[in-house]
Every structure is written in structure tokens, then in C-alpha cells.
Ligand binder design. Structure first.
Ligand code: ZN
Ligand code: ZN
Length: 356
């Protein structure tokens, strides 16, 4: 299989050339460059890795409890009494809604990398739905992910497998940035979202929203059970176990697999400065996010499957939304030159057909 090196361009950050030194332009901010320059200015100081820095600041027990509680709750699925096909269908729907629409399309391709434009309503809709995955608010998720791109598989990466496979998969979340440093972390990595009052509100309401959604899920199960003549409490528990606990743990581990498996195992289409890989398993389960090497090569590109057989369900959804007029200016090209050439040839085609 041939491996290509993405082209360098001075036309626009859209080319997102994964340089051997320097930073990747992943959304539209100059502060990424500023950090690299500062790091280069003090080479004599032995830098601590991101893992060492985070470990030195202590664990974040709220996050550990939050993630642990869903895993313990998911164990209730071992009780067959709590299984129902209706709850399984709800779990599948929420897996798609929170995983593909919320995390892959909303948090990742739109809010982190600005791979397309949309209306104010859809902007908040994507931020809201992404929050339902339980992976933190848009603000928290995006700040970490942008930092990952800027330092992928280097010392400053929040979750590189170079610091351990389990660290990259989930353990890093036990040491998320918290306390007084959090504001600076947001200012540096997500100033656009920090300045957005609606996004800040969703960040503050992260827990209350989950309490309401979980309560509504349980109430739906109870009333649905009563309506079809089954035990309402058992149906309520079934909705809670499969629609919330199992679904959430499933989506969490699939998202985390992008960070762990997506930097350890698989094949590469592009020569990037990190160890990112494309994985069939993660590609399918994570709705196209598993073509992670393609993504690191061209971070702003909304298309993650670059070969015809690299199925990308999230991009299929973006195309559908574009067709409906709900999103536009989709970055479906690798470079500005590619876009210009494509625009030119489509103009020529339309001129020829007009003459005929
Ligand atoms: Zn990555
Ligand atoms: Zn990304």
C-alpha cells in the first residue's frame, strides 16, 4: 500500500500539513504556534510530559466517580430481567445520536475543526447532543482534542499511547485538568467556545441536563411498560440499563478506542508526524472516526474515509444535512488548490453544457 505525504501549502491552514516540527493548523488559531515558539525558546529545561504534569496535580475524583458509576450501572445488564427489545432499540438510537451526531459530527468535525458551517440553532443542537455522550461538555472535550492535535504523540499530548495504552484509552481522564488551571486551559485551546455564552451555559448545565435526560428516560420506560401491560418498574429499569448505562459505556469505549487503537494498531495512508492509524474496527463502530490517520493528515477535512472502501457514516450524514440546507461550506477537499481546481472544472463543464 502506498503511503503519501500530505503537501505543504502557504495558501491556507486548510492544507493542515502535519509538519515534523511546528504545529498543525487545526481550526483557525495562532496561539498554537505561540506555544511551540515558547517551548523552543527554553530548550535547556527538561520538559515534563503531559502525563507527569497531570499526575503531579492529583486525580480528579468527580470524573472518576462519574465514569465509574456508569460502568457499575452497566453491570445490571447481566440480569436478564432488565432486558427488553424496546430498550435495546432505544440504546442503539442513543448510540447513534450521541455518538455519531453528537461526538463525531458535532464536537469533532464541526466544533473542534470547523469542517463546515451551520446555523446558530444547529450549532447549539450539536453542542447539546454531544454532551449526552457523557464525555464532558463541548468546551472541555474540544480543548483537550485540540491540544491532542497540536502535540499528537509528543510530550504535550493529553492521551498518547506512548505514555501507556490504558493511559491513552481511559486512565488519562482520571487526571483531567481541573481547579484554577481550567480557565487558562480553555482560554488557550478553545477561546472561541469560551467566548460563546450558549456553550458556556451548556458547560455549566452538563450535570443537570444528564439528570433530566436520565429521569425522562426512566419515566418513558415506566409509562410505556404500563401502556403495553407489562410491569412498569421492570420496563423503567430496562430503559435505564440499556438506554443509559450500557449505551453510555459502549459509546465511551468506542470514542476512547479512537485515541488508543487509533494511535497503536492499523494501517497508514499518510506519513504524519504522529503514530495515527486507520482501523477497520474503529472506523465502523465509531461512524468513520477510526480513519484516524487520514484525519491527522488533514484535520479540517470533514471527510475521514479517503479510500472508496473506508466507510464514513458521519460524512454520509453531513452530505445529507448539506442536501437539506442545514450545513454548508463543507471542507470536503484536502487543499485549497484542490478546491480551486475542482471549482474551475465545474465552471468549465457548466459553460460547455450552456453552449450546447
Ligand atoms: Zn489522534
Ligand atoms: Zn480531530
Amino acid at each position: 500500500m502506498s503511503i503519501t505525504t500530505p503537501p505543504t501549502s502557504d495558501e491556507s491552514g486548510l492544507d493542515a500539513e502535519p509538519a515534523k516540527t511546528g504545529t498543525v493548523e487545526i481550526w483557525d488559531e495562532n496561539n498554537l504556534v505561540a506555544e511551540e515558539s515558547a517551548a523552543q525558546a527554553t530548550p535547556e529545561v527538561a520538559p515534563m510530559t503531559e502525563k507527569e504534569i497531570r499526575k503531579s496535580k492529583g486525580a480528579h475524583f468527580v470524573t472518576i466517580f462519574w465514569l465509574g458509576a456508569f460502568h457499575v450501572g452497566a453491570l445490571l445488564a447481566l440480569n436478564p430481567a432488565y432486558f427488553s427489545w424496546e430498550a435495546l432499540a432505544l440504546g442503539f438510537f442513543m448510540y447513534w445520536l450521541s455518538g455519531s451526531v453528537g461526538i463525531c459530527l458535532g464536537f469533532h468535525r464541526y466544533l473542534t475543526h470547523r469542517g463546515f458551517k451551520t446555523s446558530r440553532f444547529m450549532h447549539y443542537f450539536f453542542a447539546f447532543v454531544g454532551g449526552l455522550a457523557g464525555e464532558g461538555s463541548a468546551l472541555a472535550w474540544i480543548a483537550n482534542h485540540r491540544k491532542h492535535h497540536a502535540h499528537s504523540d509528543q510530550d504535550g499530548d493529553p492521551h498518547t499511547p506512548d505514555h501507556g495504552g490504558w493511559w491513552s484509552h481511559m486512565n488519562w481522564l482520571g487526571w483531567v485538568i481541573h481547579g484554577p488551571e481550567l480557565e487558562d486551559h480553555f482560554k488557550k485551546w478553545a477561546p472561541d467556545l469560551l467566548a460563546d455564552k450558549g456553550i458556556r451555559l451548556l458547560d455549566q448545565l452538563f450535570l443537570p441536563i444528564h439528570i433530566v435526560v436520565i429521569g425522562a428516560t426512566m419515566a418513558s420506560g415506566y409509562f410505556y411498560g404500563a401502556a403495553i401491560g407489562k410491569d412498569p418498574v421492570t420496563m423503567m429499569m430496562s430503559f435505564l440499563v440499556w438506554g443509559v448505562f450500557v449505551r453510555m459505556v459502549w459509546v465511551l469505549h468506542i470514542t476512547w478506542a479512537v485515541n488508543s487503537i487509533g494511535h497503536m494498531w492499523g494501517y497508514r495512508n499518510y506519513e504524519t508526524r504522529d503514530h495515527s492509524t486507520n482501523s477497520w474496527l474503529v472506523g465502523l463502530l465509531a461512524f468513520g472516526e477510526g480513519w484516524h490517520n487520514n484525519h491527522h493528515a488533514y484535520p479540517r477535512m470533514a471527510v475521514h474515509g479517503h479510500k472508496w472502501w473506508e466507510i464514513d457514516l458521519t460524512y454520509a450524514l453531513i452530505r445529507l444535512l448539506r442536501l437539506c440546507g442545514l450545513v454548508w461550506n463543507v471542507v470536503d477537499y484536502k487543499t485549497i488548490s484542490e478546491k480551486k481546481a475542482r471549482d474551475k472544472s465545474s465552471q468549465e463543464t457548466s459553460k460547455t453544457s450552456t453552449k450546447k
